[in-house]
Design a binder for this molecule. Structure first.
Ligand code: FES
Length: 237
C-alpha cells in the first residue's frame, strides 16, 4: 500500500511539472466536464476518452415535447381529468343503481305485499285463513258471545298481558298471524281449552283473542298491519 501511494505521489509530481493547471483542476473536481460556455446541450460527452459509445449519450427528447403553450396544455389536462371523473361517477352510479334494482322486491312480491279480503263472504262464527307474504293469516268473524268472553279475562293473569281492545280494530273482526309464537307451527282453529286456537306441535292454547293461555308459547299470536278501507273490505299489509 505504501509503495502504491509513493508511486502515485511521484506521478502527480511529474505531471505538475509538465502541466500545473491541469493537475489543480483534477484535484478540485472529479465530476464530468461541461462544454465551454455553459450552454445547455442535449448531448453529453463522456470525459473518459476512448470509450464513447451510444450507451453513454443522453438522447434528445425534443421531438416529444409539446409545441403548444403551457396554458393550453393545462387546459387539456384539466379537461381530461374532469372527463374521466365524470365518466367514473356515471359508471359508479349505474352500478349502484343496477345493484339496488336487483335487490328490490320483484313485481309478484310487491303484489303480495297487500291482500284484499271481502268480509261479506265470511259468516259470523267462522274462520278464514289467507296467505300473506308467505304466512297464514287468521281472520275470525267473532260472535257477540266470543267478544264478551274475550273481554272478561283478567289481563293481569295473562302471560303476555294485552286487552282484547288492543288486539282488534273492530271487535267482531279478529285478524292475526297464524304462526305459533313457540316454534312457528300453524295452530288449529276452534280448538284448545280456551275456545280459540290450539298448536298441536307442543300443546299451546290460545284464547278467542289469540292470547297465549297455556303451553310453551311465550307470546300472543301476532297482529299484522291491516285496515278496513271501506265497509265489508279488509286490507292486510
Ligand atoms: S310450535 Fe306451537 S307449541 Fe311449539
Amino acid at each position: 500500500m505504501a509503495s502504491l501511494s509513493t508511486a502515485s505521489r511521484l506521478c502527480l509530481r511529474s505531471a505538475s511539472v509538465a502541466n500545473p493547471a491541469a493537475v489543480r483542476a483534477a484535484a478540485l473536481s472529479t465530476t464530468a466536464m461541461r462544454p465551454a460556455g455553459g450552454a445547455a446541450s442535449a448531448s453529453y460527452t463522456s470525459p473518459f476518452k476512448g470509450n464513447e459509445s451510444k450507451g453513454n449519450k443522453i438522447p434528445d427528447f425534443g421531438k416529444y415535447m409539446s409545441k403548444s403553450s403551457e396554458g393550453s396544455n393545462k387546459l387539456f389536462s384539466y379537461f381530461m381529468v374532469g372527463a374521466m371523473g365524470a365518466m367514473t361517477a356515471a359508471g359508479a352510479k349505474s352500478t349502484v343503481q343496477e345493484f339496488l334494482v336487483n335487490m328490490s322486491a320483484s313485481a309478484d312480491v310487491l303484489a303480495m305485499a297487500k291482500v284484499e279480503v271481502d268480509l261479506n263472504a265470511i259468516p259470523e262464527g267462522k274462520n278464514v285463513i289467507i296467505k300473506w307474504r308467505g304466512k297464514p293469516v287468521f281472520i275470525r268473524h267473532r260472535t257477540q258471545e266470543e267478544i264478551d268472553q274475550a273481554n272478561k279475562v283478567n289481563i293481569s293473569s295473562l302471560r303476555d298481558p294485552q286487552s282484547d281492545d288492543d288486539r282488534v280494530k273492530k271487535p267482531e273482526w279478529l285478524v292475526m298471524l297464524g304462526v305459533c309464537t313457540h316454534l312457528g307451527c300453524v295452530p288449529i282453529g276452534e280448538a284448545g281449552d280456551y275456545g280459540g286456537w290450539f298448536c298441536p306441535c307442543h300443546g299451546s292454547h290460545y284464547d278467542i283473542s289469540g292470547r297465549i293461555r297455556k303451553g310453551p308459547a311465550p307470546l300472543n299470536l301476532e297482529i299484522p298491519e291491516y285496515d278496513f278501507p271501506e265497509d265489508g273490505k279488509l286490507v292486510v299489509g
